[in-house]
Every structure is written in structure tokens, then in C-alpha cells.
Design a protein around this ligand. Structure first.
Ligand code: OAD
Length: 242
């Protein structure tokens, strides 16, 4: 399943960078943005996940996020997340750049995680930027408010918003310095995240894709592994680091 060239390179690599997307959390049961989530079938994510919608109808947007926060708090990291946490302990420099907001990489034990689209377990006041944990606000029936009166929003990137600058620049640096770059469970179509594998390739990385199917990236990758990340990553650990 894995080429000898890849195993040798990975075994020797000091710097490894991983881009992850919704697919790595699929085996944990994280519902996708565009899934058929009962009550929410009648809304498109673009209609709720944007700042204008929040200002116009904060209680509705809050209800939607409360529902997603509850689901995410009940699910667990899967074998793919745990395998990446193990690999971090082996390589000198190992970074995960994730498009996911579910916090599952950290919950699996990964330490260096750049979150391009934010984190649903964090929240902040839109007026004074005070931070709030989910526990502090999750019982609120209506959109929660800060003591300053400002609305509290989830710390996620909404449609039309910029990516967090510090996370983006760290992700570009990690991609440029990678000897091996993995693209895992992402359709590789949402920019700018989708440009990271190409940045890594231009600067000499061996690019490995893990996905259920071929993507836009596949023809440029050095190795394409088709299958579930929760099965392929533990196998890779067995083969590469025994
Ligand atoms: P997508 O839903 O676009 O792609 C998920 C990818 O994971 C697909 O290519 C699947 O084939 C693959 N996949 C599914 N299950 C898998 C498994 N068990 N193992 C390996 N691969 C699997 O998700 P993203 O690429 O993450 O943005 O989408 C990027 C962004 O689009 C999201 O972060 C979100 C959305 O708009 C924001 O919220 C800002």
C-alpha cells in the first residue's frame, strides 16, 4: 500500500506538516456542514454562518451553534486523530493545519495545531472581545451576552470573514519547511487552505494525500492513498515506525 520511497522518506523526516479537513472527523460522526441535520435542513450554512445573519437573528444563529456544539462535545477523536498525535512525538517538528473547528486534534493529544477556521469550543464578545468557554454559556436559551452588553459569538470563521492571520502565516511557514506534507480528508477546493499542499510541493516536500476518493490535488501529489484515514494512518505507523 505504501511505496518504499515514501516509508524511507517519512522515517528520516525531521519536519512533517499535515493539512486536515472534514474527512478526518467523519469516522467520529461529526455531521458535515451540508448534511441532513433534521431541523436545520431548511437552512443553508451560508445563511446562518455569517455575521449579518447573527446580527439580524442572533437567537436563531445561537440555536444552530448550540446544537452543533452539543453534538461535537459528545463525539470522540478517532484512530486517525490518535495516529497523528503519536507521529508528533516521533518527528522533531510536526504541525497540523486543520480546517476543522471540532477541536478533535487537541483532544487526541496533538500539541501543534493551527486552526484556520477557528474552534467551536471557544467564544468571544463582539464588543469587548472577552473570551468565554462553552461551559459558561451553553445553557443560555437565547444568544448569550457579555457583562458589557455585547453579543457572544462562536470563535469560528464565518462566510465572508478573513482567516486568523497568525494561524495562516504559521501554516504557510510549516508548509514551506515540510519534508513530507500530508493532505488528509479534505476535498482540497476551499482556498486559501487548498494552496498549502502546492506551497509545500514547490519548496520540495513529498506530498501524500489520504482520501476516500481522488481530489483536485491528486494529480499533483507524489503518493495518493485511497481509503479511510482512521484505517490508513494506524497502518502507516505500524509499517513506518515499528
Ligand atoms: P469537504 O466536506 O469538502 O471534504 C471532505 C473530504 O473528506 C472529501 O474529499 C471526502 O472524500 C473525504 N473523506 C470523507 N470521509 C473520509 C475518511 N473517513 N477518510 C478520509 N477521507 C475522507 O471538507 P473540507 O475539505 O474540510 O469551511 O472543506 C473545507 C471547508 O469548506 C470547511 O472547513 C468549511 C467548508 O465551507 C468553513 O467553515 C469556513
Amino acid at each position: 500500500m505504501f511505496s518504499q520511497q515514501f516509508i524511507t522518506k517519512l522515517n528520516r523526516a525531521q519536519t512533517v506538516t499535515v493539512l486536515t479537513g472534514a474527512g478526518i472527523s467523519a469516522e467520529s460522526g461529526v455531521p458535515t456542514f451540508r448534511g441532513t441535520d433534521g431541523l436545520w435542513k431548511k437552512f443553508r450554512p451560508e445563511e446562518l454562518a455569517n455575521f449579518d445573519a447573527f446580527i439580524k437573528n442572533p437567537d436563531l444563529v445561537w440555536e444552530w451553534y448550540k446544537y452543533r456544539k452539543q453534538i461535537i462535545s459528545e463525539i470522540k477523536p478517532n484512530a486517525g486523530h490518535f495516529a497523528l498525535a503519536k507521529m508528533e512525538k516521533i518527528h522533531k517538528s510536526f504541525s497540523i493545519v486543520t480546517q476543522n473547528i471540532d477541536n478533535l486534534h487537541r483532544r487526541a493529544g496533538s500539541k501543534t495545531v493551527y486552526e484556520l477556521h477557528g474552534n467551536i469550543e471557544q467564544n468571544y464578545c463582539i464588543v469587548c472581545y472577552n473570551k468565554f468557554s462553552n461551559e459558561e454559556i451553553i445553557r443560555s436559551e437565547k444568544a448569550p451576552r457579555c457583562s458589557c452588553g455585547g453579543l457572544i459569538r462562536p470563535d469560528v470563521v464565518w462566510f465572508g470573514e478573513m482567516l486568523p492571520e497568525s494561524q495562516w502565516s504559521a501554516s504557510v511557514m510549516a508548509s514551506e519547511s515540510a519534508e513530507i506534507f500530508f493532505s488528509i480528508g479534505t476535498s482540497a477546493v476551499v482556498y486559501p487552505a487548498a494552496s498549502l499542499p502546492m506551497i509545500a510541493k514547490r519548496t520540495g516536500a513529498y506530498v501524500v494525500e489520504i482520501n476516500l476518493e481522488r481530489t483536485e490535488l491528486s494529480h499533483q501529489a507524489d503518493e495518493v492513498l485511497i481509503g479511510k484515514s482512521g484505517e490508513i494512518l494506524p497502518k502507516l505507523i505500524d509499517v513506518c515506525y515499528h
